[in-house]
Ligand binder design. Structure first.
Ligand SMILES: C[S@@+](CC[C@H](N)C(=O)[O-])C[C@H]1O[C@@H](n2cnc3c(N)ncnc32)[C@H](O)[C@@H]1O
Length: 247
């Protein structure tokens, strides 16, 4: 089953976007089944199912089961989890913080074009669409992340566009978001490109506390948690919010 029901891959005009209403019970079950099948070869005890995010106005995501036994992984599973992590199984603390902020202050995105870089589950992209963004592109290099994002768009009844390569997106955006994407030092190289691509850049990060980069400044520190809970160090619950502006 193709998971592109409510999203289309950028540059693929035949895969037309379909506006959806929130998925019905049968569709939810089917989407959960498809995403679970994606992960089972790697994590035998994994289930993917819809979870309602706290303080996000009813936003739901397909996430890893909260009772997943993280401390009982086989050597093969551990190897997979360390080397090819499926980030989309979690809503990372920074994504949750950004989504809450967007939903609490919809004027940040209402009527605007939005790019979500490193979308993972699509949490920020879905929040922007729910908050009234005119157009939302969700970008991730992981193709399964884009499937999960499409499923999460369907779950919440919003339309998103999908992109697998930041540099294939030619357009200029009003706002660009990136949540927990700076863990990979290579991604810091994107900082100037983000400012070329958007008027306003909002980066949230639970790992990088003191980013120093030209035209970016720290705005705030927000408390948020990764879902399902990974029992991470308290310091990873402190999300740094940075804003980039072209001068
Ligand atoms: C830690 S996850 C965060 C996901 C989501 N933003 C959230 O907060 O829940 C980081 C995501 O960035 C994606 N990513 C990393 N480098 C990327 C790149 N160069 N281009 C697009 N996506 C990238 C990964 O595949 C992963 O899905």
């Amino acid at each position: 089953m193709a998971l592109s029901a409510s999203a289309r891959l950028l540059g693929n005009p035949d895969n037309a976007p379909l506006l959806t209403v929130p998925a019905d019970v049968e569709t939810r079950a089917l989407l959960a089944q498809v995403l679970t099948a994606r992960i089972r070869p790697h994590l035998a005890a994994a289930r993917v199912g819809p979870a309602r995010l706290p303080d996000c106005g009813g936003l739901e995501l397909f996430l890893l089961n909260a009772d997943f036994p993280h401390d009982a992984l086989s050597a093969g599973e551990m190897d997979w989890a360390l080397n090819e992590p499926s980030y989309w199984l979690f809503c990372w603390a920074s994504g949750l913080a950004q989504a809450r902020r967007i939903l609490a202050e919809p004027e940040l995105v209402r009527g605007k074009t939005v790019l979500d870089f490193g979308t993972g589950s699509g949490v920020v992209a879905v929040a922007a669409a729910l908050a009234g963004a005119r157009r939302v592109v969700a970008c991730d290099i992981d193709p399964v992340s884009l499937e999960a994002t499409a499923a999460n768009a369907a779950l919440n009844g919003v339309t998103l566009e999908l992109a697998d390569d930041f540099f294939d997106i030619d357009e200029h955006f009003d706002v660009l978001f990136g949540a927990d994407v700076l863990y990979d030092v290579a991604n810091r190289g994107f900082l100037p490109a983000f400012l070329d691509r958007a008027d306003d850049v909002w980066l949230a990060d639970s790992r990088v506390k003191g980013l120093t980069a030209e035209n970016y400044r720290k705005i705030d520190t927000i408390e948020a948690e990764t879902l399902p809970d990974l029992n991470e160090f308290d310091e990873f619950r402190q999300v740094s919010l940075y804003r980039g502006r072209r001068v």
